[in-house]
Design a protein around this ligand. Structure first.
Ligand code: FMN
Length: 332
């Protein structure tokens, strides 16, 4: 997710789940071919499994970028066929490619010829005002025939005229049944459902006949969701760590990044939602966001913010345990 799932965010998410597949922000193939590759593609070994998402539509340039991504060690390369922004549309990639399945197919073919990691596609169920299933089916058929085995489907259309990218993530209705229907037509292909999933019960429920789910916004605002992924989806033992322990588990990484000159703000921004809906959650967000960008910020800043939440949680616990006093939740 642009401006969100950078390497610092992914490293934090990896502390929460060993197994969840993590994605980069969309990076254009032109940027990779012409830009600073270390800046764009560098990542921490601990992030695996991690997918490089590419934006572009020139098959040879996409293939070149995929090959560069593979050299950097990415586990999979994904083509963005879902972004509706004007800038992306004018570059002829993203969601507008739903109308040009043969271009996506050519990208898949050329990319697969250059890399041995999987080449996957993240798409919508359609674009603009046509509500029928047929164009979606045609898109999947043509791209699958080119050799794509896995599709991540954001189960709503994108309206390329008249809606902002944000509106395009909310206004077009979700049609999960389109994804079920396409899976029944192409049972040998993998379909991963995305869009509007808010919790694991819902995600497990709606994806029963599918091959997986992708959660975007909800995980960013409530990253704690990731701590249950290994248990619920992969059958690992339940993770019994607390949120406090999770933060402490990040300390070695935070120290290493600080030592390399990365600002604390960049490293810990993805952690702001960790205490979402918990006692002290707002205090955590506030004390961290007020201090994490200061020049003097360091590990002690993170430790202090954690100390504030711990103290608040303990005070609430004490009041809860003492029947003589009124229970009063101090939610930050
Ligand atoms: C700020 C933001 C940035 C996003 N950037 C990308 C992106 O780079 N690539 C992509 O495939 N989807 C991107 N998305 C879309 C999400 O991946 C996801 O498809 C969409 O939000 C619907 O899923 P959700 O309801 O679980 O969030 C972005 C969404 C947001 C809110």
């Amino acid at each position: 997710m642009m401006d969100i799932t950078d390497r610092y965010c992914r490293s934090f998410h990896r502390v929460l789940s060993k197994r969840a597949v993590l994605y980069t922000e969309m990076i254009t193939s032109a940027a990779i071919v012409h830009g600073n590759r270390d800046n764009l593609l560098g990542f921490d070994n601990a992030e695996h499994p991690v997918v490089l998402q590419l934006g572009g539509s020139d098959p040879l340039q996409m293939a070149e970028s995929a090959a560069i991504g593979e050299q950097f060690g990415y586990d999979e390369v994904n083509i963005n066929v879902g972004c509706p922004s004007d800038r992306v549309k004018s570059g002829r990639f993203g969601a507008c490619l739903m109308a040009e399945p043969s271009v996506v197919a050519a990208c898949v073919e050329q990319m697969q010829a250059r890399v041995s990691v999987p080449v996957t596609v993240k798409c919508r169920i359609g674009i603009d005002r046509d509500d029928s299933f047929e164009p979606f089916e045609k898109f999947i058929r043509v791209v699958a025939e080119a050799g794509c085995e896995t599709f991540i489907v954001h189960a709503r259309k994108a309206w390329l005229d008249g809606l902002s990218p944000k509106e395009n993530r909310n206004i077009p209705p979700l049609r999960y049944e389109f994804v079920d229907q396409i899976k029944s037509l192409y049972p040998d292909k993998q379909f991963i459902l995305n869009g509007g999933l808010l919790n694991h019960n819902q995600a497990l429920n709606v994806s029963q006949s599918l091959d997986g789910v992708m959660l975007g916004r909800e995980v960013c605002s409530n990253p704690w969701l990731l701590s249950q992924v290994d248990h619920l989806y992969y059958g690992d033992a339940e993770d019994l760590r607390t949120r406090f322990q999770i933060v402490e588990d990040t300390y070695p990484y935070v120290e290493a990044q600080l030592a390399q000159g990365v600002s604390l703000g960049r490293i810990v921004k993805p952690m702001l939602g960790l205490f979402h809906a918990e006692v002290g959650g707002r205090l955590w967000r506030r004390s961290l966001s007020e201090t994490m960008w200061l020049d003097s910020a360091g590990l002690h800043t993170l430790q202090r913010a954690l100390g504030v939440v711990k103290k608040t949680a303990e005070q609430v616990q004490v009041r809860h345990d003492d029947p003589g006093t009124t229970f009063d939740v101090v939610n930050g």
